[in-house]
Design a protein around this ligand. Structure first.
Ligand code: NDP
Length: 330
């Protein structure tokens, strides 16, 4: 049973030496617990925040202890009522091969209904983030023009497609490579997309959205947020989902300089956390699940194999190696 420990808190970009792959005993489940053999493990940008000691909405990872994150796996021993050996569970003890999970903190998932990995992505946490952030936080309505950054990633690719399926007048995405931009337009049905590395975001956004944007779904922060405020239409809404452009900053980050534009536009900026929106889960799975089955909503997964590559997969998310959800297959 191998598991990843955090051994020192990264400063700036995390380094291999900040982590250790440790050989541990296979743990035994106590009363109300089950032993799960993890099949798919999630790596997510928010994990960078948990590697710092700073106070946040989730507790920091503890030094010298195994890290955590979303995972799905098969039950191999059960001491919990209602859970049988062979059942599949979604839980939060990733970064390891075997996990002892409290039955109360796991959700049964059905590998017949959808591929197991999708419970970490398109039908899981990142999918709900897109759904709740767009429909609830940004109050998306038919006819809105929508700009989303990180658009080829797990959350962003779903934001753009849900907006299209719900009648957006125009969907614009930004991403970090020309291949990703091509995919957004040709596969995911975005009306326009640009590579933020090819020139100033504000200029590229103005060209892609000459009539401005009604909704900006922010995965990136920094220049992207400032550009979106600059292109915001009257009564525009900005949902702050993430700020990946600054997660590895060592300097304090200053905010957008053009906030006064929100006065002219009566614009609204609101941050949200997916954890507050699980009341939408059933509606989300029903609606998005149907689009996935019909092929109207496409999803990509970038799958890295082996627990020994879990860390490299995480680095890959920060670098942008992924298209769609980055997942580790054990
Ligand atoms: P992604 O699948 O989008 O992966 C991260 C992507 O970020 C990379 O693929 C990379 O793509 C892009 N990126 C990396 N560095 C930069 C940069 N400097 N500028 C612009 N883009 C960059 O991850 P997720 O879909 O899981 O998460 C997307 C965002 O949503 C993150 O900010 C995350 O923290 C946030 N989040 C927030 C939640 C909430 O509850 N508020 C819940 C879940 C996620 P590229 O090649 O395009 O650069």
């Amino acid at each position: 049973n191998r598991e990843w420990h955090l051994v020192s808190r990264p400063v700036g970009w995390p380094k291999t030496e900040d982590f250790a792959l440790v050989e541990a005993e296979v743990p035994q489940p106590g009363e109300g617990q089950v032993l799960v053999r993890n099949a798919y493990v999630s790596v997510d940008p928010y994990m960078r925040g948990r590697m710092s000691a700073a106070k946040s909405y989730v507790a920091p990872y503890e030094l010298g202890k195994v890290m955590q994150g979303g995972a799905v796996g098969e039950v191999v021993a059960s001491n919990a009522e209602g859970i049988e050996v062979g059942d599949h569970l979604l839980h939060f003890l990733g970064w390891r091969e075997f996990a002892v999970v409290d039955a109360k903190q796991a959700v049964k998932v059905d590998p017949q209904a959808a591929p197991l990995s999708t419970y970490l992505g398109v039908l899981g946490m990142t999918g709900l983030t897109a759904y709740a952030g767009l429909l609830r936080t940004a109050s998306f309505k038919e006819g809105d023009s929508v700009f989303v950054s990180g658009a080829a990633g797990a959350v962003g690719s779903q934001v753009g497609q849900i907006a299209k399926l719900k009648g957006a007048s125009r969907v614009i995405g930004s991403a970090g490579s020309d291949e990703k931009v091509k995919l957004l337009v040709e596969e995911y049905g975005f009306d326009a997309a640009f590579n933020y590395k090819n020139g100033p975001v504000s200029e590229q956004l103005r060209a892609a959205a000459p009539d401005g944007v009604d909704v900006y779904f922010d995965n990136v922060g920094g220049d992207h947020l400032e550009a979106a405020i600059g292109s915001l239409n009257r009564d525009g809404r900005i949902a702050i989902c993430g700020a990946i452009s600054v997660y590895n900053s060592t300097e304090p980050v200053s905010g957008p300089k053009n906030l006064a534009r929100l006065i002219q536009t009566r614009g609204r900026i609101e941050g949200f956390l997916v954890g507050d929106h699980y009341d939408l889960q059933a509606q989300f799975v029903q609606e998005v699940g149907a689009w996935v089955r019909s092929g109207e909503l496409k999803y990509s997964e970038t799958v890295v194999e082996g627990i020994e590559n879990n860390l490299e997969a995480f680095f890959g998310v920060l670098r942008g190696d992924n298209v769609g959800k980055m997942i580790v297959k054990l």
